[in-house]
Design a protein around this ligand. Structure first.
Ligand SMILES: Nc1ncnc2c1ncn2[C@@H]1O[C@H](COP(=O)(O)OP(=O)(O)OP(=O)(O)O)[C@@H](O)[C@H]1O
Ligand SMILES: [Mg+2]
Length: 246
């Protein structure tokens, strides 16, 4: 087998035995999973399972106690958040952290903060995300806090896309959204995957996540309880155990 063929088979993100947490609280007790190019991988699990902690650890916001994180063949362990974003791993945090009193356009420009791109490249990227999210282009001067929940989620995703991620991690993008708006968010996620961005999707809406995902991992108490293809997991004992205990 050529090294090229081997390279194309290596996962984009490979996490092994990851242990991390907060100060004196260990949350992740040895998590392993992987994401391949153009995959939507969903991380499921009940409240407190460690899903957000996992994303925060991958994006460099929490210290890795032990284990490995390989992304595009390089280790991310110990690297600061800015370098991890530059490497192509972006995180849209739970609860859409926008500057609510600032306009849509200012929020997008803040998404480019620190990139030191040429004006032309900045403009090219802004035009590209506004094309993906026409509803943002329609109201560039409105305060982010005045957008609907779904529009705010789109803005948060657009902000991350300005960094041209290879892998986008989304923490509960459907939170607080009406079902029809959840449809729109899921459609955007699938479109991004089709455009070549791999996705890690953390979701409370298990059925919705399984509809769009290629692979699902189920977390419980900081460990991977199991994983599989959505069609294997729908209605499975694994899912029931993860959410109901036992
Ligand atoms: N800042 C923090 N300091 C200390 N412990 C924390 C902190 N944030 C979360 N934890 C703890 O880590 C554990 C996992 O929390 P985490 O937020 O990762 O869960 P989650 O799976 O994202 O849950 P949810 O579905 O409710 O968002 C919980 O026991 C929680 O109390
Ligand atoms: Mg969470």
């Amino acid at each position: 087998m050529s090294s090229d063929a081997l390279g194309s088979e290596a996962p984009l993100l490979e996490v092994r035995d990851l242990v991390s947490g907060y100060d004196h609280v260990r949350v992740l007790e040895g998590v392993s999973f992987e994401v391949r190019d153009r995959q939507i991988v969903t991380i499921l699990g009940s409240n407190g399972a460690g899903k957000s902690t996992l994303l925060k650890t991958l994006s460099g916001l929490l210290v890795v106690e032990s284990g490995s994180i390989q992304f595009g063949g390089k280790s991310l362990v110990g690297r600061p958040p800015g370098e991890i974003v530059d490497a192509g791993l972006c995180h849209v945090a739970e609860g859409r952290r926008l500057f609510r009193t600032q306009s849509v356009m200012s929020n997008l420009e803040l998404g480019l903060y620190g990139t030191r791109l040429s004006r032309a490249e900045e403009k090219r990227r802004l035009d590209e995300v506004l094309e993906t999210f026409p509803m943002l282009a329609e109201r560039p001067n409105i305060a982010a806090g005045a957008l609907s929940g779904g529009q705010q989620q789109m803005l948060a995703i657009a902000q991350a896309l300005l960094r041209t991620p290879r892998l986008l991690m989304l923490d509960e993008p459907s939170l607080g959204l009406a079902p029809i708006v959840v449809d729109q968010v899921m459609a955007v996620i699938q479109k991004l995957r089709d455009q070549g961005v791999a996705i890690v999707l953390v979701e409370q809406l298990v059925e919705r996540a399984l509809e769009v995902a290629d692979i699902a991992y189920v977390l419980r108490s900081g460990r991977v309880l199991g994983s599989g293809r959505p069609e294997e997991l729908q209605g499975s004992d694994l899912i029931k155990r993860a959410y109901l205990g036992g």
